[in-house]
Design a binder for this molecule. Structure first.
Ligand code: URA
Ligand code: SF4
Length: 221
């Protein structure tokens, strides 16, 4: 996409001062930082504990999330909750959000078919992610799949090659200056939707749980 066609980005809608995540979520409901707000039902902001130790970052809301206004409430979310549980992570210590906060889809007849968000959407939506991290100050971020990896680590990061490894973050991001937040740790893993699509679902699921165990192990105490 040419520079002059880039969307304005979310920054304009991010309040200069917010007291809590509720304020941020309310502001994000008004966002028109890229064109995705036009066809989606609503902004799907993150949710979870304000004192969360781990932040999970997915891709974008899916069809079910778009209708309900909550992240990871569809099939991928069910699988993720099961994996979090199997990895021994306390679900009350988790906050979950997406790299892009509106559902991007293509209409085929009456069906809304998921489309990956593009680099311009990821960049446009990043200010919300930065604000979430600034308020939450978690100890660890779990990067779920390629889109979240593009958003948080840069386009050359390969989840398949580097999954399950602890990294300092945002130091490991391609442009750490995009994330003016305190240094924490990151672990990348596959997206739960990839487990649902896998031919060998058992093995894919075990891989996801193993990576989440690395995340769990990284939390002190
Ligand atoms: N997939 C995601 O990445 N996020 C959601 O909220 C739902 C499905
Ligand atoms: Fe704003 Fe992000 Fe929605 Fe685009 S996807 S309109 S930047 S909240």
């Amino acid at each position: 996409m040419a520079r002059n066609e880039d969307p304005p980005g979310a920054q304009k809608w991010v309040p200069s001062h917010v007291d809590d995540l509720g304020d941020l979520k309310a502001a994000a409901a008004q966002c028109e930082g890229c064109e995705l707000y036009q066809n989606a039902t609503q902004t799907v902001f993150g949710r979870g504990a304000a004192d969360a130790r781990i932040v999970f970052v997915g891709e974008q809301p899916g069809d079910v999330e778009d209708k309900q206004g909550l992240p990871f409430v569809g099939p991928a979310g069910r699988l993720l909750r099961e994996a979090v549980d199997d990895a021994g992570i306390d679900p009350s210590s988790v906050y979950i959000t997406n790299a892009v906060k509106h559902f991007r889809f293509e209409l085929r007849g009456k069906r809304r078919i998921h489309q990956n968000p593009g680099p311009a959407h990821i960049t446009a939506c990043r200010p919300w992610l930065v604000s979430e991290f600034s308020l939450l100050k978690p100890e660890l971020v779990v990067v779920l799949g390629a889109t979240a990896a593009k958003a948080l680590l840069g386009p050359s990061f390969r989840v398949t090659r580097s999954r399950g490894q602890l990294m300092p973050w945002p130091a490991s991001a391609q442009h750490p200056e995009d994330f003016p937040v305190a240094e924490i740790q990151a672990v990348a893993t596959i997206h739960p939707s990839a487990v649902l699509r896998a031919d060998d679902r058992e093995t894919a699921y075990r891989g996801l749980v193993d990576d989440l165990k690395v995340a769990q192990g990284a939390l002190a105490g």
